[in-house]
Design a protein around this ligand. Structure first.
Ligand code: DAK
Length: 258
C-alpha cells in the first residue's frame, strides 16, 4: 500500500506502523487517519500479521488532531462529517492487539490515539496531555472518557480542564502506560512484546483482548460471566489441548490457530 503519512513495515509476524508527518509533529489530519485505519484493517484481515505496533518519532508520537485542518470547520461541518467518529469506531473494532510505543509528545488526539491501542509502552521522554481546552474545545476522540477510566476522575479532570501534561513517570504511576523504558530501548521493547503476542494462538489472543475490553463496557458480574463463557469455550480449541499438553511435556507449544 502506498501511504503518504505513515510507514508500514513488517518484522516477522509483527506489523509496525510509524506515523510520518514530521513537519507537523504527526498531527492527525484526515488523510493520515484514513491511511492508518486502512492499514490496520488490512492487517486485521491478513493473518501473516499477528500483532501490531503503532509508533511516531522520537520527538512526537502525535501532537494532536490537525488544528489547522479543524480551524475553519463549522458546527454543521463537524456534525455532518461526524468528525473522528470513523477513526474512533474503526480502530476500536480492530481485533488484533495494537501496542502504542510512545516517545515525545502524545497530546490531544495523539494521547487519545495511544489510548485507543490495547496498551501503551512509553519512552522516558513521553509526555501525555489533553490541551484542547487551550484551543476553546475539549477532547473529541474519546479523551474525556478513556483518560478518566485510565487515571481516575481527579487527574483526568485536572488534565482536561487545565491542559497540564503528564510526564512518563507520572503516566506510569497513574496507570496510563503499562511501563516506561529508556527512549533508546523503546522500539526493541515494544517489538519484543509484540513478537511474544504473535507467538500465541490467534483466536485465544482475540478472545482475551475482547474479554479485557469488556471490563470497560459492563458491570463486574456481567464481565466475569462473559469471561467464564469464553474461558469455557477455549476448551473447544485445538490450541488449548496443545498448550496444556506442551506444558506437561516440558516443550514449547506449537499453536495452529484452531
Ligand atoms: N496540528 C497542526 N499542526 C501542529 C500541531 C497540531 N496539533 N502540533 C504541532 N503542529 C505543527 C506546528 O504548527 C509547527 O508547524 P510550523 O509552524 O513549523 O509549520 C510544527 O508542528 C512544529 O511545532 P512547534 O514549532 O509548535 O514545536 P514545539 O517543539 O515548539 O512545540 C508542541 C511542540 C507539541 C508543544 C506544540 O506544537 C503544541 O502545543 N502543539 C499543539 C498541541 C495541541 O494543542 N494538541 C491538541 C490538538 S486538538 C473534537 C473536538 C476537539 C478535538 C477533536 C475532535 N470534536 C468535537 C469532534 C481536538 C483534538 C485535538 O487533538
Amino acid at each position: 500500500m502506498n501511504h503518504l503519512n505513515i510507514v508500514a513495515t513488517t518484522e516477522g509476524a509483527v506489523g509496525l506502523i510509524t506515523l510520518n508527518r514530521p513537519k507537523a509533529l504527526n498531527a492527525l489530519n484526515a488523510e493520515l487517519l484514513g491511511e492508518l485505519v486502512t492499514q490496520l484493517e488490512a492487517w486485521d484481515r491478513d493473518d501473516t500479521v499477528r500483532c501490531i505496533v503503532l509508533t511516531g518519532s522520537e520527538r512526537a508520537f502525535a501532537a494532536g488532531a490537525d488544528i489547522k485542518e479543524m480551524q475553519p470547520l463549522s458546527y454543521a461541518d463537524t456534525f455532518r462529517k461526524n468528525l473522528f467518529a470513523d477513526a474512533n469506531d474503526r480502530i476500536s473494532a480492530i481485533r488484533k492487539p495494537i501496542i502504542a510505543a510512545v516517545a515525545g509528545w502524545a497530546l490531544g488526539g495523539g494521547c487519545e490515539l495511544a489510548m485507543l491501542c490495547d496498551f501503551i509502552i512509553a519512552a522516558d521522554t513521553a509526555k501525555f496531555g489533553q490541551p484542547e481546552i487551550n484551543l476553546g474545545v475539549m477532547p473529541g476522540i474519546g479523551g474525556t472518557q478513556r483518560l478518566t477510566r485510565f487515571v481516575g476522575k481527579s487527574k483526568a479532570m485536572e488534565m482536561c480542564l487545565t491542559g497540564r501534561n503528564m510526564d512518563a513517570a507520572e503516566a506510569e504511576r497513574a496507570g496510563l502506560v503499562s511501563r516506561v523504558v529508556p527512549a533508546a530501548e523503546l522500539m526493541a521493547e515494544a517489538m519484543k512484546a509484540a513478537a511474544k503476542i504473535a507467538e500465541q494462538s490467534l483466536p485465544i489472543v482475540a478472545m482475551t483482548k475482547e474479554t479485557v475490553n469488556r471490563a470497560y463496557e459492563t458491570t463486574l458480574a456481567e464481565g466475569v460471566r462473559f469471561e467464564r463463557r469464553l474461558f469455557h469455550a477455549m476448551f473447544a480449541t485445538a490450541d488449548q489441548k496443545e498448550g496444556m499438553a506442551a506444558f506437561g511435556e516440558k516443550r514449547k507449544a506449537n499453536f495452529t490457530d484452531r
